[in-house]
Design a protein around this ligand. Structure first.
Ligand code: HEM
Length: 177
């Protein structure tokens, strides 16, 4: 297999994993949160134009990708900490999204925040390639669930099982009807 075919297959694999685990868990985190917040469900049903704001808040509050490791290519100083090229760092998106300096009352799920963009999809040249697709998928799925009278929001969170994963936050199982 040539190097370019290997590279292409590697990229397809990245797309599969990056595009699947993430959005799936954005949705399961969203269902669990909305199961817990009937008042927000009612608000979204009354005004579906609020769903995109709810998705941004969901990305912030329960970031499906909590962190990613990176290797520094140059010297960096951050809050007095000197770091050298070649050193490994861990970017904790989930932690940044709960930083009160950027998001007042960060521990509160509030779809009415002024839209300071969360860092759940990264920043800079590696910003998530699938960001628009992820937002669109979440919009379609949440609109459909909110509009479906047969969907029961009485998710029994006691029966839910969290994913045992470092970087990904979501559910291995979330029984709903
Ligand atoms: C809620 C859903 C998603 C979340 C939370 C998410 C999150 C992220 C994050 C945090 C990064 C790293 C950004 C950085 O290092 O600055 C990333 C990169 C990436 N994402 Fe997503 N992602 C999502 C959905 C998707 C989808 C649907 C696709 C494709 C179908 C996708 C494809 C990629 C790819 C290819 C990269 C690497 C980009 C690069 O290194 O240049 N993601 N994503």
């Amino acid at each position: 297999m040539s190097a370019s075919v290997r590279k292409l297959l590697g990229f397809c694999f990245l797309l599969l994993v990056a595009g699947h685990e993430t959005t799936t868990n954005l949705l399961s985190n969203g269902v669990a949160l909305l199961a817990d917040h009937p008042e927000i469900r009612d608000q979204l049903r009354a005004d579906p134009d609020l769903v995109p704001l709810a998705i941004e808040e969901l990305l912030r509050y329960d970031s499906p990708v909590q962190g990613i490791g990176r290797t520094l290519t140059r010297e960096v100083e951050l809050y007095g900490q000197q770091m050298k090229p070649g050193e490994s760092v861990l970017l904790l998106f989930g932690s940044a999204n709960r930083d009160d300096r950027a998001f007042p009352d960060a521990e509160v799920f509030d779809i009415g925040r002024s839209p300071e963009p969360p860092v759940a999809l990264g920043r800079g040249i590696h910003f998530c390639l699938g960001a628009s697709l992820a937002r669109m998928e979440a919009r379609i799925a949440l609109d459909a669930l909110l509009a479906n009278p047969a969907f029961s929001w009485d998710a029994d969170l006691a029966d839910a099982e969290r994913l045992r994963s470092g970087p990904i936050r979501g559910f291995a199982s979330l029984p709903v009807r």
